[in-house]
Design a protein around this ligand. Structure first.
Ligand code: GDP
Length: 443
């Protein structure tokens, strides 16, 4: 999970605070000392932590908070607001030119995830109806051009290259002209990286910038490198000037030091985050949603957006119809599970649900992918008739299904019970909706 270590510590601290009812000034100070330690351990910049804690303390130790009916809750609310502010307050979007093509230049150190991000961004923009052109201007890393071509093929989007013998400045310029004459409205330029920042690299990037005047220079940094990522961002911004940051590998970042410091230290917003190696694993960065996730309050808005992208609207409608008619079967159950899985790793999805962090910690709650695999195997071992009418599944059928799916009879029992409960619950929701339609929930 993203920022797992940090999230766990903060949530532990706030659970204690909420459990107390009345709070004294000393209670709040003690909690903030824990928060401070947690942030430092997460590799957040020292200066950033100091100011952050000071701001919260000023707001939290007033009478208004301490004498309120839910002081613990109030403190969490303040922390949530300040965390959001720390990461930039509101979402910072890409600048798209009013007069296309928009030119976006991606820069960053080698291995940060630049080339991958070019592909992810192209996909993201293409999904929104844009016509991207990928330009291969990294002529030094041997596989970079090929890597971009492979990405372009997978995305079915054109890639502009001139091999590795030409000057990257000329390649970038020719790429933009190519886009102009071929009706491509966004140019995404993949530039060279180095293991460390050096004069020659910066010189080249400055020349490309001068030649193509990008609307957006995005710096790609690896969040797992913590404060190093922040230093890299400062250096790039001083030398080249950047418009925004893409924070990659957030999926493997248990600490969060880069995400929480970079905006405050450089003044430059995080525009996207990379959350995996696949082309879909790019998210627009929403400071408020990220703060909620860190504090265990979930991120329902991102979940809904994910669902909109991945769930087949036709199927969803058909399902609703079935629910209304009480025809929901185990086949539909399987189908629905498939759709949920399309949305991404279960762990990622669960983290977006409020309070799920706590539920996952409970003993005996089994929400991992293996569990889903087992359910799928069980349903696959049933005959069509059994799936449509589970009531006929008697003892001998249960034994047969268990054998076929490599599970135990108890597993079959549990699944059938779960299915019955789900069906009942869905019927209740359906009835409630009908009630609302008739104004039944009013008053
Ligand atoms: P470049 O040298 O900056 O162009 O880096 P690449 O795009 O080649 O990426 C380096 C490695 O990081 C590759 O193995 C990518 O698959 C991986 N990578 C990039 N972004 C992410 C991300 O958001 N999450 C994870 N887990 N891996 C990533």
């Amino acid at each position: 999970m993203i920022f797992e270590g940090l999230a766990e510590k903060l949530q532990g601290t706030f659970d204690k605070l909420r459990g107390k009812g009345k709070l004294s000034e000393e209670d709040v100070k003690a909690a903030l000392r824990e928060v401070k330690l947690a942030l430092l351990e997460a590799d957040v910049n020292f200066r950033v932590v100091k100011n952050f804690i000071k701001d919260i303390e000023e707001r939290a130790i007033g009478q208004e908070v301490l004498e309120s009916l839910t002081p613990g809750q109030q403190v969490v609310k303040i922390v949530n607001e300040e965390l959001t502010e720390l990461m930039g307050g509101t979402q910072s979007k890409l600048t798209l030119a009013s007069n296309p093509p928009t030119v976006i230049m991606l820069v960053g150190l080698q291995g940060a995830g630049k080339t991958t991000t070019v592909g992810k961004l192209a996909k993201n923009l293409h999904n929104k109806g844009r016509r991207p052109l990928l330009v291969a201007a990294d002529i030094y890393r041997p596989a970079a051009i090929k890597q971009l071509q492979v990405l372009g093929e997978r995305l079915e989007q054109p890639v502009f290259t001139m091999g590795d013998k030409q000057d990257p400045v000329d390649i970038a310029k020719a790429g933009v002209s190519h886009a102009e004459s071929n009706g491509r409205d966004v140019v995404i330029i993949d530039t060279a990286g180095r293991l460390h920042i050096d004069e020659k690299l910066m010189g080249e990037l400055k020349n490309i910038k001068k030649a193509v005047k990008p609307h957006e220079i995005l710096l790609v940094v690896d969040s797992m490198t913590g404060q190093d990522a922040v230093n890299v961002a400062e250096n790039f911004d001083d030398a080249l000037g950047v418009d925004g940051v893409v924070l990659t590998k957030l999926d493997g970042d248990a600490r969060g030091g880069a995400a929480l410091s970079i905006r405050e230290v450089t003044g430059k917003p995080i525009k996207f985050s990379g959350i995996g190696e696949k082309l879909d694993d790019l998210e627009p960065f929403h400071p408020d949603r990220m703060a909620s996730r860190i504090l265990g309050m979930g991120d329902v808005l991102s979940l809904i957006e994910k669902a909109e992208q991945n769930i087949d609207a036709e199927k969803a409608k058909a399902l609703e119809e079935k629910l209304r008619k009480e025809e929901f079967t185990l086949e539909d159950f399987l189908d629905q599970m498939d759709q949920v899985r399309n949305m991404g790793p279960l762990d990622q999805i669960m983290d977006m649900l409020p309070g799920m962090g706590d539920i996952k910690k409970l003993k005996g709650v089994n929400m991992d992918e293996n569990h889903l695999d087992r359910i799928e195997a069980i349903i696959n071992s049933m005959t069509l008739e059994e799936r449509r009418n589970p009531d006929i599944i008697n003892g001998s059928r249960r034994r047969r299904i268990a054998q076929g799916s490599g599970t135990e009879v108890q597993d079959i029992n549990r699944l059938l019970k779960q299915f019955k409960q789900t069906k009942k619950m869905m019927k209740q929701v359906g009835d409630m909706q009908k009630g609302v339609g008739k104004g039944g929930l009013k008053g």
